[in-house]
Every structure is written in structure tokens, then in C-alpha cells.
Design a protein around this ligand. Structure first.
Ligand code: FAD
Length: 477
């Protein structure tokens, strides 16, 4: 079938579906093409994020946290629970139900906004006059040919493979396999102590696995503020029993079917890890293979990312790219904001995504979150700064929640007092970090945060105290 649209979006993840909805809201006839086939064997919108990323991982993190709390924490509340057991298939079924609900909801939203939803693999074919030609194929057969004035590429990313190790999602797992284990492995190996490795390692550790995380970098969470990263490492290793090895050189990995062995070097010593399951989480690579970049002369860099300018415009007229397939953090909210901005730019508006104010969150327990510059970055840039820190240990709300652990650190310009970064480890800091985002976006001073009334008792009082501490007038520090 041949169809004409103002805008065709390739990819139905948080970048693509949001771009499509916004384009349709702005009056453009819009199609969104997505190739993803969900766990139930049917097309499923929402991309990595909803199907095999953000949403299912958070569902499992919550289940495992509840299990852990019932086993270890309830007694302190005076609650007796006996015979606490984990039914892994039931936990996975709950997670799948959440995924189904949300992915189905995207279909509804596209329909409501009159976005044509096409299923299949899209590839760029040619430019005919003022329009791009995009073919959509299912099982290699072309089912649709779409002609559109604008193309938005939102094809996302996939797990980076480890050379010489095939992921079978039975013994050697990527994120999809790690989210679908049928039972708790006795010994779980994880290669890569990034966000995904830490979150997946935490899930299975809380459920009873012995977890070893092997990381090539000598520094733990090198993108995070190192004060927070060090606190996190201490908590995960000393308090939670995760075995995290840094500066590891991975050698031969052997998948023996019922187990996997990993040879590695640590501090000059040769070691051999033996695991029942191994998660490979060493980062993600952009999805540009098979997109037909060469057919139309689309510029792709040596790592496979579509090259774009600050406004997500590619080297080609009316062709845009957003989300994981372009530079910048691989985060769902970054993809969505770029999607909105591109749709508005197509409509002649002047939107702007502030890359300096994108929040980062790691949903371990305690959570880690930050926005803006780290102390290491400020030092490297020679910026004079002041800092205020405050802890959750004496926060009434955190104590009531039984999660009185963690720190908030606020960094502000020594001369102007403008907030430059907010870094946190503690309960629900995924929510608290938004206060830092607002501060950065509104160019707030630390004094602004210090003078804003924060509810009592609330976790946000720790942010308030950190702001007061930046001016050396903490009340509870
Ligand atoms: P994607 O979500 O990857 O969507 C791209 C879509 O395009 C896919 O459906 C794909 O099938 C489709 N596609 C690709 N090529 C074609 C083609 N040629 N034709 C048609 N369709 C195509 N981010 C967060 O912000 N918070 C989190 O908590 C978080 N947790 C994560 C946990 C895990 C385990 C993983 C793996 C990722 C997590 N992420 C998280 C990252 C987040 O999922 C991505 O940043 C986000 O999904 C990127 O959105 P996107 O729209 O660019 O691409």
C-alpha cells in the first residue's frame, strides 16, 4: 500500500511515539512505524523502554524490594510474616501485565491523536521531489510504501554484544533475558556495573542470588559525582552483599549450557568465575543497521549513531533523529523531549532541550539520582563552587519509612550562588531530583531553595537542608 503523510516517525519507543503524538497535535498527518514484537508474539509499541527496559525493570525492582522487606525489615515494624516465599513466574506475570497495559495504552494514544500506526521494519529508500520514500517490510516483504515530507528517526538501541559471547537468553542473558528468568539463579554473574547491571543485579540479589558484578572501569559509576558513587559502592557491597569487582579484564567466557565460566584478570591475578546465569550489560549500540542510511546519504558516525545538530536535524533536508540513536544520554525522557522538540521545530516553533538539566536515575535501593555538574566536572572546569550536604539519617519521614540512609549534595557557584548540580543517594530520590531540575532550569540560587518552604515531615527536607548547608546555615546538620 502506498500512503502519503506530512511526517513519518520510524520507531515507536518513548522518542518516536511521543514525537508522533506531538506532530499530530500540531496538525500534521503522521504515521509511526515500529517493528517491535512483544513477548506475547504480537506487535507492541513503546520500544525498549516499555517492553524490555525502564518499565519491566522497575516492576521487578519493586517486587524484589517487597520480598526483601518482608524477609528482613517487617519484623522491625512488629509485623510477623512466616514462610515468605518468592513465586518468580507470578512476579514475571505481574511485570508482563504492567507492560501489556502500558504498551496497549500507546496504541490507544496514537489512535486518539489520529496517528497511523504501521507495523514493520522501515527503511529509507529515496527522495522523490520534496518527499522521502520509506518502505515498511514484514518478514522481508514490503507491506507499505510511505511518502512523507519529514522523517523522524527514532530507532533506539540494542545491547552491545561482548565479542566472542553469544547471548542465548537461557544461560547468557541480555536485558530481555534478565527480565524473564523463570527461577532465582544460585550464582549470577553480571558483566558491566552500569545502570542496567546494577538494577538487574539488585533484583536477583534481593531474591536470593549470589551476585558478582565484573566491571572493566577502575572507577565505580564514573559519570556520577564520586562522593555519591563511593557511598553507593559501600552500601551495595558492605550492606547488601553485592560482590562488585572494578578494573576487571574479561578473558574467555564459556557457555556450558547449565552454567557459564568467566575467566578474568583482577589486580594482576587470574580468576575464574562460575555462574548459573550471566548477564551481559556493557552498554548499548544504536539501531542504524538496515535503516537504509546509504540509500539516501544519511550521515552515520563510526559508532553507528545518526549524526545530528543541536536541534536533532540530520545532514539531510527534513530528516531528523532523536533518542538513543543519536548522541547524548540513552534515557527515555531525553528521547521524549527531543521528540517533542523536533515536532515543534517542524511546525516552525523554536523549542529547546536543555541537555545540562537532564536528570539521571539509578533505581537501586537506595536510589541514586543527579542533575547538572558533578564536583569532579566543576573542578576540571576551574569553576569556583560551594557545596552543601545533608543526610537522610535523621530525617523523620525517612526513618518512618525505614529507609534513613543516604545523602543529598548541592553544588552552587561560589560567586553567584546559582545551583550547578544536585546529587543524591537515598529513598525516592528519583522523585526528589526534580527539585534540582527545576532549580537548574529556573537558574535558581541555592538561597532560593533554602528559602522555599518544604513540607514536614518529608524527604524533600533533606534537599532543603543541603541548600541551607551550602550557605553554612544548616539547621539540623
Ligand atoms: P527505543 O525505546 O529503543 O525504541 C525504538 C523502537 O524502534 C523499537 O521499538 C524498535 O523495535 C524500533 N525500530 C528500530 N529499528 C526500526 C526500523 N528500522 N523500523 C521500524 N522500527 C524500528 N531509561 C530511562 O530513562 N529510565 C530508566 O529507568 C531506564 N531503564 C532501562 C532499563 C533497561 C533494562 C534498559 C535496556 C534500558 C533502560 N532505559 C532507561 C533506557 C531507555 O529504555 C532508552 O533510553 C529509551 O527506550 C530510548 O528510547 P528511543 O525511543 O530512542 O528508542
Amino acid at each position: 500500500m502506498s500512503q502519503q503523510f506530512d511526517v513519518v516517525v520510524i520507531g515507536g519507543g518513548p522518542g518516536g511515539y511521543v514525537a508522533a503524538i506531538r506532530a499530530a497535535q500540531l496538525g500534521f498527518s503522521t504515521a509511526c512505524v515500529d517493528a517491535f514484537v512483544g513477548k506475547r508474539g504480537k506487535p507492541a509499541l513503546g520500544g525498549t523502554c516499555l517492553n524490555v527496559g525502564c518499565i519491566p525493570s522497575k516492576a521487578l525492582l519493586q517486587s524484589s524490594e517487597n520480598f526483601h522487606a518482608a524477609q528482613h525489615d517487617f519484623a522491625r515494624h512488629g509485623i510477623t510474616v512466616e514462610g515468605v516465599k518468592i513465586d518468580v513466574p507470578a512476579m514475571i506475570e505481574r511485570k508482563d501485565g504492567i507492560v501489556d497495559k502500558l504498551t496497549g495504552g500507546i496504541g490507544f494514544l496514537l489512535k486518539k491523536n489520529k496517528v497511523a500506526s504501521l507495523h514493520g521494519v522501515a527503511s529509507l529508500k529515496a527522495r522523490e521531489g520534496e518527499r522521502w520514500v520509506v518502505e515498511v517490510a514484514v518478514d522481508g516483504n514490503v507491506v507499505d510504501t510511505v511518502h512523507a515530507t519529514h522523517v523522524i528517526l527514532a530507532t533506539g538501541s540494542r545491547p552491545r554484544p561482548l565479542p566472542g559471547v553469544a547471548v542465548d537468553n537461557v544461560t547468557v542473558l541480555d536485558n530481555e533475558g534478565a527480565l524473564n528468568l523463570a527461577a532465582v539463579p544460585a550464582r549470577l554473574g553480571v558483566i558491566g556495573a552500569g545502570v542496567i547491571g546494577l538494577e538487574m543485579g539488585s533484583v536477583w540479589k534481593r531474591l536470593g542470588a549470589e551476585v558478582t558484578i565484573l566491571e572493566a572501569m577502575p572507577t565505580f559509576l564514573s559519570a556520577a559525582d564520586q562522593q555519591i558513587a563511593k557511598e553507593a559502592l559501600r552500601t551495595f557491597t558492605r550492606d547488601q552483599g553485592l560482590d562488585i569487582q572494578l578494573g576487571v579484564k574479561i578473558g574467555e567466557i564459556k557457555n556450558l549450557g547449565d552454567k557459564v565460566t568467566v575467566a578474568y584478570e583482577l589486580n594482576g591475578e587470574q580468576k575464574l568465575g562460575e555462574f548459573d546465569k550471566l548477564i551481559v550489560s556493557i552498554g548499548r549500540v544504536p539501531n542504524t543497521d538496515g535503516l537504509g542510511a546509504a540509500n539516501v546519504g544519511l550521515q552515520v558516525d563510526e559508532r553507528g549513531f545518526v549524526v545530528v545538530d543541536d536541534h536533532c536535524h540530520t545532514n539531510l533536508p527534513n530528516m531528523w533523529a532523536i533518542g538513543d540513536v543519536v548522541r547524548g544520554p540513552m534515557l527515555a525522557h531525553k528521547a521524549s523531549e527531543e521528540g517533542v522538540a523536533v515536532a515543534e521545530r517542524i511546525a516552525g516553533q523554536k523549542p529547546h532541550v536543555d541537555f545540562g538539566a537532564i536528570p539521571w536515575v539509578i533505581y537501586t535501593s537506595p536510589e541514586i539520582a543527579w542533575v547538572g555538574k558533578t564536583e569532579e566536572q566543576l573542578k576540571a572546569e576551574g569553576v569556583e563552587y560551594k557545596k552543601g550536604t545533608s543526610g537522610f539519617a535523621a530525617n523523620g519521614r525517612a526513618l518512618g519509612m525505614d529507609h534513613a540512609q543516604g545523602t543529598v549534595k548541592l553544588l552552587a557557584c561560589a560567586k553567584t550562588d546559582r545551583v550547578l548540580g544536585v546529587h543524591m543517594i537515598g529513598p525516592m530520590v528519583s522523585e526528589l531530583v526534580t527539585e534540582g531540575v527545576l532549580a537548574l532550569e529556573f537558574k535558581a540560587a541555592s538561597e532560593d531553595l533554602a528559602r522555599i518552604v518544604h513540607a514536614h515531615p518529608s524527604l524533600s527536607e533533606v534537599v532543603h537542608e543541603a541548600a541551607l548547608a551550602a550557605d553554612k546555615r544548616a539547621l539540623h546538620g
